[in-house]
Design a protein around this ligand. Structure first.
Ligand code: AMP
Ligand code: MG
Length: 402
């Protein structure tokens, strides 16, 4: 059994970095930037008004009650041709460039207009309600770094910076294969001793959520020929993921069969619960991750390893989003395996959030995983912990969404 950190490090090392491709900005949502993105223009490009009102010379408005002559107007998107001289003002609207000569904006609510005259009800300091050029950002500013996942805000910023096409990493193609004679496809009726494969849809959705392209190869029966046939379909994938058949049962054929087909095993078995029988290696030039079959083990190992692998291939940091929270109930000492317990948010008597571990942690119990808020991470050999002590937790929704 190798430690979790070592297993992660070996997987990250083996993952290829995806090439960069250009996509049109609206199609780039959820994609990952392949290069740093710099502003091609300043925002705003010139000093502009922050209000609807009058562009004025602050020197004319040292005292309330000044009367100015309005010599024209300037809406957003236009330049005022001319200059604001002493005793003059220009009608201006939000976002419009400040005319030459003006250095402040009198908001319209503070001006009384009659004909081409306005009376300023207040005094104004220089710069009042003026947004200087480059207030938001300057041309050449590095607005978004390589590895940034493009959400709605990032797309808006990229657009404002003057980009219509974005350099993003190709989505890693992840071939997913479930194994097991007992499995049927979702929607099919299982035999009396059969079950529905939940791992296929879970893993496919996880891969998509992490920015990959899932290629679901379905279910292979527990026969070498079937596995080999299914694996033919994995050619061209950037990563091959199987579930089931990974431990030491008589029908656990994955490792043996794949070795016969040229799999080079990097490691097998990790000091982790759930998920001990994890396999990692290379199948030709494709990295291969063999997940355990139990749905909770498969899902938790996917969160710990597959997510990191995809992030590495996209040039993103691969750490889990670990935060600390007080424990709601005592936990006994841990053994030599790193533990990932299903837990949920509860509240202490004072109303502060607390991590409540699920009573039962059997790795076949997918319902408790599907309803859990958290994975509570315990290091190997951690001593017993009392209620109220701080522990490490991972918010599952966050780990799935990033
Ligand atoms: P295995 O590792 O193949 O021995 O599988 C361990 C347990 O996980 C068995 O009870 C299987 O029925 C179950 N299992 C394996 N694959 C899947 C799957 N794709 N979906 C749901 N359960 C599975
Ligand atoms: Mg099996």
């Amino acid at each position: 059994m190798i430690p979790v950190a070592e297993a992660r490090a070996r997987i990250l090392e083996a993952m290829p970095r995806m090439p960069v491709e250009w996509v049109a900005l609206p199609a780039a949502r959820d994609r990952v930037l392949g290069r740093d993105l710099y502003a091609r223009r300043s925002q705003p490009p010139l000093a502009v008004s922050a209000m609807d009102g009058y562009a004025v010379r602050s020197a004319d408005l040292r005292e309330p009650g000044a009367v100015l002559r309005v010599i024209g107007e300037v809406p957003a998107g236009r330049l005022f041709e001319g200059r604001v001289g002493p005793g003059e003002a220009v009608r201006i609207f939000t976002g419009a460039p400040l005319p030459e000569g003006a250095d402040a904006v009198l908001m319209q609510e503070r001006a009384t207009r009659s004909g081409d005259r306005i009376r300023a009800e207040i005094a104004l300091p220089p710069g009042k309600f003026v947004r200087p050029a480059g207030l938001d950002f300057e041309a050449g500013w590095k607005g978004l770094a390589a590895g940034h996942r493009l959400d709605a805000r990032a797309l808006g910023l990229a657009a404002a910076m003057g980009h219509a096409w974005l350099p993003v990493r190709r989505r890693p193609r992840v071939a997913i294969l479930a194994t097991g004679d007992e499995l049927v496809w979702p929607g099919e009726t299982p035999g009396p001793a059969g079950i529905v494969s939940s791992n296929n849809p879970t893993l496919a959705a996880m891969v998509a959520g992490w920015g990959g392209e899932p290629i679901d190869l379905g279910i292979a029966r527990d026969r070498p020929e079937d596995l080999v046939r299914a694996l033919e379909q994995a050619r061209g994938a950037d990563l091959l993921v199987t579930s089931g058949g990974a431990s030491v049962g008589g029908y656990d054929l994955v490792q043996e069969t794949l070795i016969g087909q040229g799999l080079e095993v990097d490691f097998w078995k990790i000091a982790m619960r759930p998920g001990k029988p994890l396999i990692f290696g290379r199948f030709g030039d494709i990295p291969f991750l063999g997940l355990p079959g139990n749905p909770v083990s498969a899902a938790v190992c996917a969160i710990v390893y597959l997510r990191a692998a995809l992030r590495a291939s996209l040039g993103r940091p691969s750490e889990l989003p670990v935060i600390r929270a007080p424990l709601a109930t005592a936990l006994p000492a841990n053994d030599e395996r790193e533990d990932y317990l299903r837990a949920s948010w509860g509240r202490g008597e004072d109303g502060t959030p607390r991590a409540v571990p699920a009573d039962r942690q059997d790795s076949s119990m997918f319902a408790t995983f599907a309803r859990a808020d958290l994975l509570l991470r315990r290091p190997p050999h951690e001593p017993a912990r009392a209620a109220g002590e701080m522990v490490e937790v991972i918010e599952i929704a966050r780990a799935l969404g990033e």
